[in-house]
Design a protein around this ligand. Structure first.
Ligand code: ADP
Ligand code: MG
Length: 328
């Protein structure tokens, strides 16, 4: 394109809240044949709300035998005595929210706010550790608390199995369900306390954006660190083929996932908002940071969408191919 055409494109972009980092990006965007969306904060609002707190019974989940000392009484022909350490909702939520109060993750903030709204007093966590793509660990009232996905618990040798039915039910509703476990001080006897779930809302224009891209023969995909069931529920809601969803992708693997997609010469635009997405934005043929995305994402991106609107992805491509000439 001539310098004049580049200037016009750049200025139409700016007036539409689509910022191109230079003339070559403006040229490239029209050749994109695949758009890969991050899920949370990109297709969804990223404003989570705590929706469920499900206590599990307080039995040891280390596969060890229950002794009379842990309160595991063998019932013969009658109701079993309730375990002495029966867990209630407040116990689960207090542990989870106290541990999460050290995290800025939207999942964490929803749990903390949910606890506060229910009038639960939180403890100050100590030794807080964020495990990217998995969850958090922190010491709460002298006991280690873990909140996160199956991998986080397995790595701590806690079997998520007793919670799996609950997890799958909540995930099938498109919610992000997280396991809550506690390891009493001085032991390695991790116990599953329960499950908490956050729900997010799909952005209003996400479905329309996906449809508009598909109309242009652009393949739409989704990539997320979230689990498969939740991811597919969201994909279905916005019209992305479940076969085009890659779930459970660790932050450091998002960029490799883009490489895979681009392997056979495809030109992918990655659209994301988070720190997690920065390497993938840099790897993609065109990296696009959306909305109030983090500075790291914006820095790694070729295009920044000032609004939080997935339809602006379509606009970016149309400005590049010259079909968006009018300034709205
Ligand atoms: P996304 O790619 O959707 O932005 P992340 O990579 O941040 O998601 O997280 C992936 C998964 O790791 C989450 O779905 C959740 O199961 C778990 N996780 C991450 N951070 C936390 C946290 N602070 N508390 C609980 N679970 C978390
Ligand atoms: Mg995200």
């Amino acid at each position: 394109a001539t310098p004049a055409a580049t200037m016009v494109g750049t200025s139409i972009g700016a007036k539409n809240g689509v910022l191109f980092k230079g003339g070559d990006v403006l040229e490239r965007a029209k050749d994109v044949d695949t758009v890969v969306f991050d899920k949370t904060g990109t297709l969804t609002e990223g404003e989570m709300e705590l929706t469920d707190v499900v206590p599990l019974d307080g039995r040891s989940t280390d596969g060890g035998t229950e002794t009379a000392a842990d309160g595991g009484t063998q019932a013969i022909g009658g109701d079993p005595e309730p375990a002495t350490d029966e867990i209630d909702e407040e116990t689960v939520l207090r542990a989870a929210a106290s541990a999460e109060s050290g995290s800025e993750h939207p999942l964490a903030q929803a749990i903390v706010e949910g606890a506060q709204e229910r009038g639960i007093d939180l403890a100050d966590p100590e030794g807080f550790e964020n495990v990217p793509g998995q969850g958090v660990r922190a010491t709460v009232d002298g006991e280690e608390v873990l909140v996160g996905n199956r991998t986080l618990l397995r790595e701590a040798d806690i079997d998520p199995e007793p919670a799996v039915e609950t997890l799958e039910r909540l995930e099938g509703e498109g919610k992000t369900a997280m396991l809550v476990a506690r390891v009493p001080a001085g032991t390695s006897d991790g116990r599953l306390l329960g499950v908490v779930a956050d729900a997010d809302t799909v952005k209003e224009s996400a479905k329309e954006a996906v449809a508009a891209l598909q109309d242009r023969d652009v393949t739409t995909r989704m990539i997320t660190g979230d689990n498969e069931r939740t991811a597919e529920a969201v994909a279905e809601a916005v019209g992305i083929d479940p076969d085009n969803v890659r779930a459970g992708v660790l932050p450091e693997d998002k960029s490799d996932a883009i490489d895979d997609i681009q392997q056979d010469g495809r030109r992918a635009m990655m659209v994301g908002d988070g720190v997690n997405d920065a390497p993938a934005l840099a790897t993609a043929y065109v990296g696009t940071a959306i909305g109030s995305g983090t500075d790291v994402a914006i820095e790694a991106a070729d295009v920044t969408l000032m609004r939080d609107d997935p339809l602006d992805v379509v606009k970016a491509i149309r400005i590049s191919d010259g079909t968006l000439r009018k300034i709205k």
